[in-house]
Ligand binder design. Sequence first.
Ligand code: HEC
Length: 121
Amino acid sequence: MNARVTGAVLLSTFFVAAVGSGSYAAGGNVAQGKVLYTNLCLRCHGVDGKGDAYMKFNPPVADLSAPAVQSKLDGALMKAIHDGRKDSAMGAWKFVLSDEEIRDVTTYVRVLGSHTNRKLP
Ligand code: HEC
């Protein structure tokens, strides 16, 4: 088996293990995260996180379900949520959310990344 195949097998094993056990990255409360997301983020990022809600901006709203976002570490996503993005519509949520709430909503963002494989809670 070459290295690429081994890597893919290892990755999918990890993915199945993570989803199958019901644990999510970022370690937050997924139900609480969904409530926060629905109330605060959905109007821009959309129900599926694809950034196709009715609010349009330049630069465009990030597709949170995309590999480009999901491949980032939890810390990077939490920083983007905490501090916002300069010169964009993505505000700094540190003024609204506690660190724990930012963790919860990040956990839900991970669910958006896996929604094609499983039903949303
Ligand atoms: C007013 C519209 C708006 C709202 C509300 C909003 N976002 Fe965003 N978000 C954006 C835009 C626009 C970007 C892309 C910014 C950029 O291009 O740098 C973005 C980017 C992000 C990113 C970075 C993605 C990456 O590429 O790393 C994350 C994570 C994120 N948003 C999560 C959230 C969460 C969680 C909430 C709710 C707490 C939220 N956003 C609310 C508009 C919004």
